[in-house]
Design a protein around this ligand. Structure first.
Ligand code: NCD
Length: 307
């Protein structure tokens, strides 16, 4: 995968996903060492180009690069020439002229990483583009499910919330389906894309109990306040009552079901406080696995292969 852009799960084959997850499983061990660093990407440069706020994803790519001994440059938009109205392509070409070995991009507009990938020499990793895809998040979610359940094939995975505005939902639907899971989505009708069953090949529910009946994995999504044009639901309180996950509603799922959330959590909205903190939720395992997964991505696209 050296030099390859990672723009979305839609473009990855099942074999690509397996390669990435297996590489990430080998990277996990490095995070348990006393000295959490290997020289694999020494002398290589990774640029984090985040045009949208991020806590987990940006820090995680930075730590991942550093654990592999790469030089990681965080380009933050405020304080850069972007605030002097430099165009996106000029900014990107300027950074490219400094010869990075990978560029990680997040932008609020869908398709920006794809556009940059056409002009940059370095491989581009999409760290979230609008409501389109967030491949590294879906891959770390797949890694976490594999770790917790030992497999993905044959599992039932229910994703709850703002499916229409969620890049996490889209990438996870592509990924879990490619690996042989049954994916269901649930939310108010205004948050389910009109043709979701046909276009994404999932079963859609507006009744939460039916959606999580017998599920192995229940994934709650953040309500994307910043992406909602007008209200999609009468009130946050009503959303929490109908679609917010708590232990009572979780009883419909399998007894050993796990609860996931990509973060950041609106506590008391998508998840009850206790579920946000305690088992069966695996939110911090997801965060921990995010580092190993991003190490795998950087190694696979920016490493020297067999050298
Ligand atoms: C997600 C994102 O930014 O797409 N967060 C993340 O990367 N962990 C989900 C979200 O913002 O709701």
């Amino acid at each position: 995968m050296i030099g390859r852009d990672i723009l979305g799960i839609e473009d990855l084959s099942r074999e690509d996903i397996d390669t990435i997850l297996e590489t990430a499983e080998r990277m996990q061990e490095i995070g348990n060492r006393e000295v959490k660093k290997v020289p694999t990407l020494r002398g290589r440069t990774v640029i984090n180009l985040f045009f949208e706020p991020s806590t987990r994803t940006q820090t995680s790519f930075e730590i991942a690069g550093k654990r592999l001994a790469a030089d990681v440059v965080n380009f933050s938009v405020s304080g850069s020439s972007v605030s002097k109205r430099e165009t996106l392509l000029d900014t990107a070409k300027t950074l490219d002229a400094m010869d990075p070995d990978a560029v990680v991009v997040r932008h609020k507009v869908a398709g920006v990483p794809h556009r940059l990938a056409k002009v940059l020499k370095a491989p581009v990793i999409n760290a979230g583009d609008g409501a389109h895809e967030h491949p590294s998040q879906a891959l770390l979610d797949m890694l976490t499910v594999r770790e917790q359940k030992g497999r993905i094939e044959g599992l039932t995975i229910t994703i709850i919330g703002d499916i229409a505005h969620s890049r996490v939902a889209r990438s996870n639907i592509y990924g879990f389906k490619k690996l042989g899971a049954e994916v269901r989505v649930a939310g108010p009708p205004t948050m389910l894309p009109a043709d979701v069953e046909k276009s994404l090949g999932v079963k859609a529910y507006t009744n939460l109990a039916e959606a999580i009946e017998g599920a192995d994995v229940v994934m709650a999504l953040r309500i994307q306040m910043e992406r909602l044009e007008g209200a999609c639901f009468p009130s946050v309180r009503e959303y929490a009552a109908t679609f917010g996950l708590d232990r009572a509603k979780l009883r419909y799922a399998k007894e050993d079901a796990i609860v996931m959330h990509p973060g950041p959590v609106n506590r008391g909205v998508e998840l009850s406080h206790d579920l946000a903190d305690d088992r069966p939720s695996v939110i911090l395992d997801q965060v921990r696995n995010g580092v190993a997964l991003r190490m795998a991505l950087l190694y696979l696209v920016a490493g020297r292969g067999g050298h």
